[in-house]
Design a protein around this ligand. Sequence first.
Ligand code: ATR
Length: 288
Amino acid sequence: MKTIKDKDIYCLIGNPVSKSLSPTIHNSYFELIGENSIYFTFEIKEEKLELILEAFKILNVKGFNVTIPHKITIINYLDEVSEDVKVLGAVNTVRNLNGKLIGFNTDGKGFLKSLEMEKIGIKDKTILVLGAGGAANAISVSLAMEGVKSIIIANRTISKAETLSDRISSYFPKIEVKYDSLKLENVNKKEVDMIVNCTSVGMYPNQTESPIDIEGFKENLIVYDIIYKPKKTRLLQLAEFKGYKTVNGISMLINQGLCSQEIWLGKKDLFFLENFEKIRRILKNYIE
Ligand code: ATR
């Protein structure tokens, strides 16, 4: 049995990090699976990034998550990155394997795992992605990797939607990719099978806002909002009122964390669903 002095150290680096739910998720998970490990948050300024990575190697920090503003720049300081990081250009999870820092991205995987848990199939479907930032990038790439038929990127700043759309087309030439503004003037709404909101519109404390007008879509539309606070955004409320299936961001958040754990511990957790439910219950106190 390890004692407190033998605890393995994990953490989140970013700026800001104070509101992150990652320590709750990971420390709860370590307790659930009986790992003698601890997870901290460290607020790290951009100019200190390289230095802190050296320190982590010396201190033998076993693994860490990365958030804004380091998700892209950290790639320059890692020893290796996974294949999806090469496409995404961003890292959110690092494993320290005997002094070698290896970068991964679990954003897309967490999203796909949440679809699997909700039994939502996306092969050959048309997906409307709202937003063109980091989350939209990870989710669009994971959708493309799963073989959707078509992706439409809609963003307030249309030039960013165009850049993301070009990026996906260049990596996945078989997938039809279009872009538009959030007014959706050039979108054939009846073709859309699922909407995924990756903008911050509707997030606490701006709960009364919706990124788009939900009128005119087909009957069996699925509306997924990656926001988890509030748990039912205005967009999801409007969608529910229309009878559409809705999904919020809690499942993606937990699944991202569990995917990081799998990377760090180097093993698949046999009790994934059971632990998922336990963490969901713990998070309820923090989110709702
Ligand atoms: P994340 O990493 O969470 O994706 P981000 O990269 O900052 O965060 O992206 C935020 C997204 O929300 C962007 O698509 C942004 O649109 P712009 O590219 O036009 O900035 C979108 N967003 C933020 N505030 C918005 C608002 N008030 N109306 C519409 N879109 C908004």
